[in-house]
Design a protein around this ligand. Structure first.
Ligand SMILES: [Zn+2]
Length: 217
């Protein structure tokens, strides 16, 4: 299932939203829809195995209406694309900003508002929302996947980087997050929601790095 929000031009009255509704109804795989002529928006939940987003948009465009914008709705939060590069971002918990931001930009974060991370390695923007944009140069710790990063930290909780994982795998035969973190740290911590730049656990990335160095053995 996927939920999208479409911006539709040309709907001026309730009978317009009713005709858009009728167009969408003709399609298979639509699970839920709300069309609103006041906000020019349609919110549609659909089964991606039965119908594509493109087919839904093409159907709406058959009428007197035109889809001029589309956004994915994730966990009821509309994830806007990065204002710098236009690429897709991801929602981050506000708890990470204490460890991630230099003091001069920490005032930009507003409690209760949503903030997003730009996932594009080539883009200099780290965090953003509709009102703000924070450059990666304003971070206290680098984001591992951004281009030009000096030290590729993978586990932010225990401050372990790619080179350390490489050494643990190739010279000590270690493979798991548990073994590698405790190889370097007496006291291993797990506070991803506070310390990881994405707010998510590093383990899947960590495992990929381990696999990469294992296969080079
Ligand atoms: Zn970007």
């Amino acid at each position: 299932m996927k939920t999208i929000k479409l911006e539709i031009k040309g709907m001026t009255c309730p009978s317009c939203s009713a005709s858009v509704n009728r167009l969408i109804e003709q399609l298979d795989g639509i699970r839920h829809k709300e069309v609103n002529h006041v906000t020019d928006n349609a919110r549609i939940e659909f089964d991606e195995n039965l119908i594509s987003q493109e087919a839904i948009i093409a159907k709406i465009n058959e009428g007197h209406y035109k889809v001029v914008g589309q956004e994915d709705v994730v966990n009821e939060v509309v994830v806007p694309s990065c204002p710098t590069c236009g690429k897709k971002g991801s929602l981050v918990p506000n708890t990470i900003f204490r460890s991630m931001l230099k003091p001069e930009v920490s005032g930009l974060i507003i409690a209760g508002k949503e903030h997003f991370i730009c996932l594009n390695p080539a883009c200099n923007t780290a965090y953003y929302n509709q009102d703000i944009r924070i450059d990666k140069a304003k971070l206290r710790r680098e984001i591992w996947y951004k281009k030009g990063t000096k030290r590729n930290i993978i586990c932010y909780c225990n401050n372990i980087d790619r080179e350390q994982i490489k050494d643990a795998v190739q010279h000590h035969g270690l493979e798991t997050w548990e073994d590698i973190t405790s190889h370097y740290r007496k006291k291993v911590i797990e506070k991803c929601e506070l310390l990881n730049p994405t707010g998510h656990c590093c383990r899947s990335t960590f495992d990929k790095v381990v696999q990469k160095f294992k296969s080079k053995n």
